[in-house]
Ligand binder design. Sequence first.
Ligand SMILES: *[C@@H]1O[C@H](CO)[C@@H](O)[C@H](O)[C@H]1NC(C)=O
Ligand SMILES: *[C@@H]1O[C@H](CO)[C@@H](O)[C@H](O)[C@H]1NC(C)=O
Ligand SMILES: *[C@@H]1O[C@H](CO)[C@@H](O)[C@H](O)[C@H]1NC(C)=O
Ligand SMILES: *[C@@H]1O[C@H](CO)[C@@H](O)[C@H](O)[C@H]1NC(C)=O
Ligand SMILES: *[C@@H]1O[C@H](CO)[C@@H](O)[C@H](O)[C@H]1NC(C)=O
Ligand SMILES: *[C@@H]1O[C@H](CO)[C@@H](O)[C@H](O)[C@H]1NC(C)=O
Ligand SMILES: *[C@@H]1O[C@H](CO)[C@@H](O)[C@H](O)[C@H]1NC(C)=O
Length: 829
Amino acid sequence: MGIGRNSVTFVPLVIVLYFITLHSCTSIEIIRDPETLISSGGVFKLGFFSPGNSSNRYIGILYNKIPQQTVVWVANRANPVSDSSGVLMIDNDGNLAIVDGKRRNMWTSNVTGIAYNTTVELLDSGNLVLQEMNSSGRIVWESFKYPSHTLLPTMKIGVNPKLGEKLKLTSWKSNSDPSIGDFSLELDSVSIPQVITWNGSKRHWRTGPWNNQIFIGVPDMYSVYLDGFSLIRDVEQKGSIYITYNYVDTSSSESFVLDPEGTLIDELWDEVEKEWVQRWLGPRKECDIYGTCGPFGVCNILNSPICSCLKGFEPKSIKEWNMGIWSGGCARRTELQCGRNNTNNEKEKEDGFLKLQKMKVPDFANWVSASDIKDCQEECVKNCSCIAHSFPSGIGCMLWSEDLLDIQKFSKAGVDLYIRVAHTEIDKRKDARLIIIITVLLGVFSISFFGCLLWRWMTQKGEKKIKYNGSLHIDRVDVTSIAYPDPHKLGENPDLPIFSIEKLAIATHNFNAANKLGEGGFGSVYKGKFPDGQEIAVKRLSKSSGQGSKEFKNEVVVISKLQHRNLVRLVGCCIEGEEKMLIYEYMPNKSLDTFLFDPTKRALLDWTTRFQIIKGICRGILYLHRDSRLRVIHRDLKASNILLDEELNPKISDFGMARIFGGNELQSNTTRVVGTYGYMSPEYAMQGIFSEKSDVFSLGVLLLEIVSGKRNSSFYRQEQSSTLLGHAWRLWNENNVQALIDPGLSESFFQEEMLRCIHLGLLCVQEFAKDRPTVLILLSMLTSETSHIPTPKQPAFAGKQTYSDSEISVRSQGECSINNASITAIQGR
Ligand SMILES: *[C@@H]1O[C@H](CO)[C@@H](O)[C@H](O)[C@H]1NC(C)=O
Ligand SMILES: *[C@@H]1O[C@H](CO)[C@@H](O)[C@H](O)[C@H]1NC(C)=O
Ligand SMILES: *[C@@H]1O[C@H](CO)[C@@H](O)[C@H](O)[C@H]1NC(C)=O
Ligand SMILES: *[C@@H]1O[C@H](CO)[C@@H](O)[C@H](O)[C@H]1NC(C)=O
Ligand SMILES: *[C@@H]1O[C@H](CO)[C@@H](O)[C@H](O)[C@H]1NC(C)=O
Ligand SMILES: *[C@@H]1O[C@H](CO)[C@@H](O)[C@H](O)[C@H]1NC(C)=O
Ligand SMILES: *[C@@H]1O[C@H](CO)[C@@H](O)[C@H](O)[C@H]1NC(C)=O
């Protein structure tokens, strides 16, 4: 070859030389310390930085608008540039590369087979992308595929066996050294997916299994993260599985960081305080560290010592156990009968299961298909190597056959775990249980009794204070007794006119039955007229309802803070002795349901009016959720709580159930589910979890009711569908949603708008909160004809029978209330 080249003509040699020079010239400098590359929306920047106390220079991606240096990704983690001579460039082979002043290569993206010139771009998601410049623009490399210690929204953690891809977080060595530390975070998908952090090759912390919404071993997830996370399985790429998260509200900066000590921290930027708000996900306490109590040990942070053996088990080594060395774990006290050759064993000597509540389930579960908890237990009974089972909703039947490791007892959240024990252990337990039950019942009774006394005493005190002031001052004691999440957020005391009972009696002709507008669970509503001609609606809380008092104060505090043309205006209130009244502006057209569900009055609501009403309700709720200084979840949206003024403008009323949320709180849960049957979202009705998305659910039901002119509940026990939602869903699948439109709506040229409302209604009532749009997005989809609307998934309560009242009211236990009926049945006033 060499000889050949010498013998050929001059011309090709020149070409070869030219080609080489071109190549070495094509390495393009991108940034040179201290320049930065900023993403198009200015969210992130790429540049050199020095971490902590180090003077070394690293290339990293940082938040651009956040004043504190916050690094989310590092390129040359192990090879820093020791001075400020570093350059990031696109190398002549198309790769990204970092070189120092002596042109020594410190890092490269190291992709082979790049066929075209490449460009580099930093996206607003924080992803740094290297792309070929030919027309297909193949992405040859991206930083999201090489995570550092931070998980950003839309970034993924997981595996794709086919591509040999494994995405995991790796901690920094220390805050001053971004090189790879001891800890890593991975998605474990051997059976039911869970996230595990590793300390080297040892399991350090695990989230517990994924239930399609959250990881059930992280108590905080039950109330806060329901919306954001999702699991992606690629059906075509078998075995490919990723976890990712994203929030609809993309304006806030949030990330999950694996810190050098191996703790996973959720960081949220507080725009007001200009600081990172950190929430530790885990491990937070000693109990969270993997396997703290050894096999068959249970960790409970409220106990001392924190470790104990499962019922029916005893420490393997009592000596070690008493010294606080729990890693040896526990062993069974009585052998199981199952699998033993005992010919003369009677039936009643069979092993049984002990139920443990609020548990973090053990590691290494096997998933089997089973239709319910009984079925699951049978699966376990069948196989003698099965020693525990659990059937959490969203997961199904889990069985365990190895040592039970990493079990925790939570004080909130968690699931039921059933462990197999010899029958002798069961009997012992029963006696103990009876005693415990009696003790607990006595305890609860006396606590609630004294609690109620104390509470009454406190509220009476509060009332006196209010009365003397002449205007309403809700002080700290009152506010906390209403159990707000953050009383400080309530700001100054509202000054609201106080009316005397005499004045109100005159205005309502002594609360004449003829002036009654409606009757609700907490009392009656009367029409009234002040001498100056102002018309009012007086909500008089029934004296007997002890429960109403709490809602009363709630309503006063909430509503006096809110001002919007789609919210009913509070004119004043009255508190005298046992009497509690709220005075509203009078709405001559009463409530939406009196129009919508009345065959004659319905005709008055043409489509233009109905669409105005829909938009008005959405604006009102948007104000509650987003625009008002306080974030308010209404919790009881329904047609009878939408009042109409003389021009049929909608005004949202009845804030008795509303909850004010603190700054960063997105969701909450309650042991007391209060709301209206048919309008309640599944997560609220069943788990007591409420958020903006539970209001969106109610809004969706309202939307469908307004377009169809039918009550959601009117479908109850009809043949084909049990609810309006089910009916709408069936028509949607039959491609026949037009059939849902109220036949009285004749304006066919608006049909597209009506169909869009049905479509959006179906989006709002989807089973999973995360699938439902926010009100902001809903409103923009409602008013823009062009925007793309996603396809809805099956609504909650569509196929199945709706939940029975008894199922819901179970959750009202443990409350300080005599009244067990937790579902209000306020009808229109
Ligand atoms: C920097 O050094 C100071 C003093 O040695 C120390 O207190 C601080 O924690 C260090 N900061 C980091 C990020 O390591
Ligand atoms: C680039 O990748 C190859 C194989 O994938 C590996 O052997 C080599 O060490 C890598 N080089 C650098 C500088 O990372
Ligand atoms: C690569 O870029 C160089 C200079 O920008 C240009 O001359 C050359 O044609 C490009 N090559 C390809 C294959 O696009
Ligand atoms: C762009 O490059 C990729 C691979 O580098 C190749 O598969 C594709 O055909 C190219 N596209 C065009 C239009 O040349
Ligand atoms: C990580 O593992 C090492 C070695 O086993 C141990 O010394 C260290 O304490 C562990 N770190 C944590 C945070 O548990
Ligand atoms: C049960 O009995 C069979 C035969 O009678 C014997 O082979 C087996 O080892 C026994 N198993 C146990 C656990 O005793
Ligand atoms: C019993 O369970 C073990 C562990 O899950 C499994 O390996 C075995 O096949 C099961 N046996 C039967 C009969 O199902």
